[in-house]
Structures are given as structure tokens and as C-alpha cells.
Write a protein that binds this ligand. Sequence first.
Ligand SMILES: [Fe+2]
Ligand SMILES: [Fe+2]
Length: 228
Amino acid sequence: MTFNNKPNDELVSENLNAAIFKAFKKDCTGFRLEPGNLMKALGLIQSEESFSLEEFFTWPIDLLADYIEKKHHSYIEQRVPVLLDMLNKLCRLHGDDHTELLDIYRGFCKVASELNSHLLKEELILFPYIRKMVQLANEGSSLDDPRFRSVKYHVLQMMREHELDVDDFKQIRNLTSDYCPPKDACKTYKVAFALLNEFEKELHLHIFLESAILFPKAIAFESNINRI
Ligand SMILES: [Fe+2]
Ligand SMILES: [Fe+2]
């Protein structure tokens, strides 16, 4: 679909930025999100989330952090061991005939390791701080934790890691020919590729909720409260 000669992904990108501007009254184009990934995330919100994009924008940041951790972090924690096991099995059974399986397995091991440390940083440092900011603001107290540099400092690090994960998964997608199993693929092969496809989509949605909604809102929240 095009409108005014603009491709669809450009329109989505513009609309999203307009929505962010409306929600936060500031331009968030600095939070770089690739249009193609935005399309995937927005499509998933419509098809797989119980809540609309507009609702996510209205949620308090502590609720959104809880939701992301319970739903999207849990998904990764459950799926990673299943996929590692399946890919390992595929390498042993079919690695000689399909040598790309070894690179897919290595690529997924890398993403799994990166995500493991990424989720820990969010769950042990950033998300607890977001909850603490909200709690102290509700109590009318000031922030007094000198060890925590700033939300923005941690967010920028998390966003760099998001970009790395997206790039690494792009390589996995290329190696699997867009998750298309070969003609001689067994059932495990097909299921593994379907799960990798699902994992990538889920990752885009997860990253979208953080990079486009939670993180800009958390930075704006921090700038409006008192720090000692
Ligand atoms: Fe996360
Ligand atoms: Fe994240």
C-alpha cells in the first residue's frame, strides 16, 4: 500500500512517531526503530496482544515493566532451552547434509547468551529502578540512589543491545531462507524453523514495547522528579 507515493513502512514509521509525539509531547526520533521492524511489531500487537497500541501508551511505566517481564522475558526464558535442544539435535542428525544448520545453531547460541545478560540487566537494575521511581514519586519523596547514574544512561545501553540482537537474528533469518525448511526436512526441522520465526517476531514486539514506549516514558518520568 502506498499513500502520497510513500511506501507503507514509511507511513507506519511516521504515524508511530506522531503517536509518540502525541503521548510524550516531544520528538522521539532519536529512539531509532527500523521501519520494517516497526511493521512487524505493530502487526503483532494487532494479532497477538490482548491490548491495543493506544492502551500500551497510556499504561504507567511500572505496570508496563511488570507486563514485559512477566510476558516477554518469560517467553524467552522458556523458549531458549527448547530451541537450543532442537537445533543441537538437528546439527547432529542433518548437519552433514545441511551445513548451514551449524551456523544457525551458533547464531542462536550467541543471541541466547546476549539475551540472558540483557534480561538480567533489565530485571535486576533498570526495571527495579523504574518501579522505585514511581513509588517514590507517589510518596512525594526524592530519588537518593547515587549508584544509579540515570535512566537514560541505562536505556541507551539497552537499546544498543537491542540493535545487536536484531542484527544477529537477521543473520539467522537469512541462513534459514526466511524460515523456509528444505524439501527433505523432518518434522523437528520444520518445528524448529517455525519456532525460530515465532521467536524473532516476539523479540521485535518485546523490543518495540521497550524502545518505543517504556524507555522514552521512563526518561521523561525521571526528568520530572526530584533527585537529591
Ligand atoms: Fe526486555
Ligand atoms: Fe530489552
